[in-house]
Design a protein around this ligand. Structure first.
Ligand code: KG4
Ligand code: ZN
Length: 337
């Protein structure tokens, strides 16, 4: 079954063709980062406008790369939630129109579930596993038992981890997107230079919940001190100390999830999974086996959408033509039910 998957939930216009939920025949990702850089963040109106301009070309490229014609497809899919609604609507409407015009089955899929499916495309993650998803929009740890059976063990109660990287970098004028810049600076800094607090969550809904707003505030609040006359500070040390605190938080919640479930396979996904310290800490951990899909599958892509669509389409699921986009999915409580 050849499935076309479309992903436009944020600032990547992506399309891919995947066969039988595992064989990636093509994957094209057009990134909008240069267009959002002047604003140090994603501007929703700019994002949806660019998706509209780029979507036909990106889908055509995905078909060409796969060496397929539209009549060779057996189904289409698009991310329908969560994300920026204006952006989601572009991919969703395109996929629905394409499927309708071609008489193909169509299914809308959840972007977060698709991220958690991504390691399956690399063929390494047997169920059950723990999925750590850390990106600019999401931070969660889930027990994953099958393509549509999950339990969220913890999620951020405020900012996403990548968002904290981006905001710290923006505040200090280090560049955009912040994750990569901070990672690079941190390589030359001392992670022990400044000590930032780990959160103590008073009201936890789930055992592995996290919070990044306190860390973000502590790090940005440090700037006033740095600016005092004669005070010596280095962006490298700041980056290294912040990064250590951000990664420590993730590792300790993963350890807790392993302890709670007894599951020792841990996959990582989302843009922050590119972080070199997080990778080292997960890979070298004696308590579990870390599984990393290639980075192209960690960040937003169409292959994870096409991949996850396969088991749904195969069992006969179809979305109605009236399926709408949703920006959020009932917080995270009972979210992936
Ligand atoms: O998954 P992604 O490409 O897009 C979504 O947010 O959906 O993730 C982007 C996030 C940004 O916040 C970016 O700063 C962060 O991933 N990121 C990193 C690194 N590379 C990208 N964070 C930490 N270290 C990195 N090396
Ligand atoms: Zn994503």
């Amino acid at each position: 079954m050849n499935i076309l998957g479309i992903e436009t939930s944020c600032d990547e216009t992506a399309a891919a063709v995947v066969r039988d939920g595992k064989e990636i025949l093509s994957s094209r990702v057009a990134t909008q980062i240069p267009h959002h850089r002047p604003y140090s963040g994603v501007v929703p109106e700019v994002a949806s406008r660019l998706h509209t301009e780029w979507i036909s070309r990106v889908v055509q490229e995905a078909l060409d790369e796969a060496g397929l014609k539209p009549e060779d497809l057996d189904g289409t899919a698009a991310a329908s939630q969560p994300g920026l609604v204006g952006s989601l609507l572009v991919g969703l409407s395109f996929a629905k129109a394409f499927a309708w015009a071609r008489g193909l089955p169509f299914v809308g899929v959840d972007h977060v579930k698709a991220h958690l499916y991504a390691p399956r495309l690399a063929g390494e993650a047997e169920y059950p596993f723990l999925g750590l998803l850390v990106s600019g929009g999401h931070t969660l740890i889930a027990r994953v038992d099958s393509f549509d059976s999950f339990e969220v063990l913890g999620a951020t109660i405020d900012d996403a981890c990548g968002e904290a990287f981006d905001k710290v970098a923006k505040y200090y004028g280090l560049g955009y997107p912040g994750g990569k810049v901070i990672d690079e600076l941190a390589a030359r800094g001392d992670p022990g230079a400044y000590r930032f607090p780990q959160p103590r969550l008073k009201v936890k809904r789930r055992p592995c919940d996290l919070s990044y707003s306190g860390l973000k505030t502590a790090v940005t609040g440090q700037l006033n001190q740095f600016l005092r006359p004669g005070y010596q500070w280095s962006p490298e040390n700041l980056a290294a100390s912040f990064q250590k605190a951000a990664v420590d938080m993730l590792i300790s919640q993963v350890e807790k999830a392993v302890e709670l479930t007894g599951i020792t396979r841990v996959t990582a996904g989302g843009g922050v999974a590119a972080n070199s310290l997080l990778r080292r800490r997960l890979a070298g951990h004696p308590g579990f086996q870390a599984i990393y899909p290639p980075l192209s599958l960690c960040t937003d892509n169409g292959a994870m959408i096409a991949g996850l669509a396969f088991p749904y389409l195969q069992r006969g699921d179809r979305s109605p033509w009236g399926l709408n986009a949703a920006s959020r999915v009932r917080a995270f409580k009972g979210y992936l039910s």
